[in-house]
Design a protein around this ligand. Structure first.
Ligand SMILES: Cc1cc2nc3c(=O)[nH]c(=O)nc-3n(C[C@H](O)[C@H](O)[C@H](O)COP(=O)(O)OP(=O)(O)OC[C@H]3O[C@@H](n4cnc5c(N)ncnc54)[C@H](O)[C@@H]3O)c2cc1C
Length: 171
């Protein structure tokens, strides 16, 4: 480990690893990441791998879209299967209030240019996912890019391990 770096990233969770990944991608090599324990020992260890594609905040929506594209890219460029399952996702409403909320959310998505989602009747929900019990369901919102990961994408950039320093608490 050197005594100084241009950038020191503190914390080896998904956010720190992503910052390091992007710095390396843009050609920065005088960088390191320090982690007080081991990689993903914080919240990232517990994440269920669910990736949401819809957000009423346009900046968040753009970030989510970027992340989903990035995951496919990482899988392709590393050749490592990160367990990306592009299943699509349904948000269901089982009360009239929730259904009104879903419909208004959908209208917001339309106004900010998110087009890869649509409202669904019960029949379409069942078509998409026949094991669901749609009794009492008013409708749903389909998001084609909602997805999940079964493995960690940390697996896919072993070269970055050159920059990691573990068991090194920053104070
Ligand atoms: C049960 C559960 C399920 C979840 N499911 C999902 C999901 O399905 N989809 C989703 O998108 N999100 C999910 N999340 C949220 C997601 O896990 C977090 O938002 C994300 O992991 C936060 O990443 P992070 O890098 O900011 O923090 P962390 O993963 O907590 O990383 C911070 C790192 O910093 C290190 N650190 C802290 N202080 C220091 C120091 N002084 N010096 C050196 N290192 C230090 C820690 O050891 C840790 O490794 C879930 C969270 C939980 C708890």
């Amino acid at each position: 480990m050197e005594s100084s770096y241009k950038v020191v990233v503190i914390g080896g969770g998904v956010v720190g690893a992503s910052v390091l990944y992007h710095l390396a991608k843009f050609g920065w090599s005088d960088v390191c990441l320090i982690e007080r324990s081991v990689l993903t020992s914080g919240s990232s260890w517990h994440a269920a791998g669910g990736i949401h594609a819809l957000n009423a905040d346009p900046n968040m929506a753009a970030l989510q879209a970027y992340t989903i594209d990035l995951l496919s890219e990482i899988q392709a460029e590393s050749g490592v299967d990160i367990g990306l399952h592009m299943t699509g996702g349904i948000t269901m409403a089982s009360t009239p209030e929730r259904w009104e909320w879903l419909k208004s959310t959908y209208r917001i998505f339309q106004t900010i240019g998110i087009e890869d989602c649509h409202l669904m009747e019960r029949g379409e929900i069942l078509e998409r996912c026949p094991i669901l019990d749609v009794e009492g369901v008013y409708g749903g919102l389909w998001a084609i890019n909602t997805t999940y990961l079964t493995h960690s994408y940390f697996l896919s950039f072993p070269f970055l391990f050159l920059f990691f320093h573990f068991h090194f608490p920053f104070s």
